[in-house]
Design a protein around this ligand. Structure first.
Ligand code: DX5
Ligand code: ZN
Length: 232
């Protein structure tokens, strides 16, 4: 793999919601590229989190792209509302949709980048058929539902496999990882082929605040990317 830009996405799930605008601004000063919004419905995952109203507020506080991660059943019913509220990219879980190809087209028809997410226990084959239609694949590195969980190392071979499919097939597709990303796991994910890293607690609960924490995360991830580039 050649050295490339690593995209850092700050998941607001661990932010202080009484000061959301300031928290996002601090993460931006720390150099995050994207704001990641985790939507949970209490069915696909146990918790209920954020809806379009909060997304609209986020949209007003940032000019960065907003990446909406839908951890919900029947996402096709909510896709239009999240598109209207400001999503730049939208991710649906393959485990939550019987008609993946149709939802992907629905998202793209609304002018939004489309992504499919796989839980740690879900094989890559579930997304293979729609890879040419996607802008991004999200490989979950925790079981979705909560911030602050531990990175599941056994997902790394799946990241590697996806990256090699992309290269062999000449696809133009981002590989995103989400869950347990911190200064020690980020380099491993990048080394395996991820180029978009989502982090909640490492940024918003990191020492010194979101600005300093985001900078440290970028440095850890980029060191690997540089080493990778110089090896080839
Ligand atoms: C988990 C969410 C993640 C979560 C990450 O279900 O999709 O985006 O906020 O949290 P950390 O980075 O703390 O593992
Ligand atoms: Zn997420």
């Amino acid at each position: 793999m050649t050295a490339q830009h690593i995209t850092i996405a700050a998941s607001i799930l661990s932010a202080d919601f009484t000061r959301l605008g300031e928290e996002i601004a601090a993460a931006e000063r720390g150099g995050v590229d994207t704001i990641h919004v985790d939507v949970m419905d209490g069915r696909f995952v146990p918790e209920i989190s954020i809806g379009p109203v909060v997304l609209e507020a986020v949209k007003r506080t940032t000019r960065r792209p907003i990446d909406v991660h839908l951890m919900i059943m029947e996402p096709e019913r909510q896709v239009p509302a999240f598109a209207r509220s400001g999503a730049t990219s939208m991710t649906v879980h393959v485990e939550a949709v019987p008609h993946l190809h149709r939802v992907v087209q629905q998202i793209k028809d609304l002018g939004v980048r489309a992504a499919a997410a796989l839980n740690p226990g879900t094989p890559l084959g579930t997304v293979e058929q729609v890879l040419p239609d996607l802008d991004m694949v999200l490989l979950m590195t925790v079981n979705p539902g909560y911030a602050g969980q531990q990175f599941i190392l056994s997902v790394l071979p799946k990241v590697r496999q996806l990256r090699s499919w992309i290269e062999e097939r000449g696809l133009d597709l981002d590989v995103q990882v989400d869950g347990g990303i911190n200064e020690s796991t980020a380099p491993r994910a990048v080394d395996a082929g991820a180029n978009v890293l989502v982090a909640a607690s490492a940024i918003f609960k990191g020492e010194g605040g979101p600005e300093a924490a985001a900078k440290r995360l970028r440095a850890a991830a980029t060191a690997t990317a540089k080493a990778e580039g110089s090896r080839q």
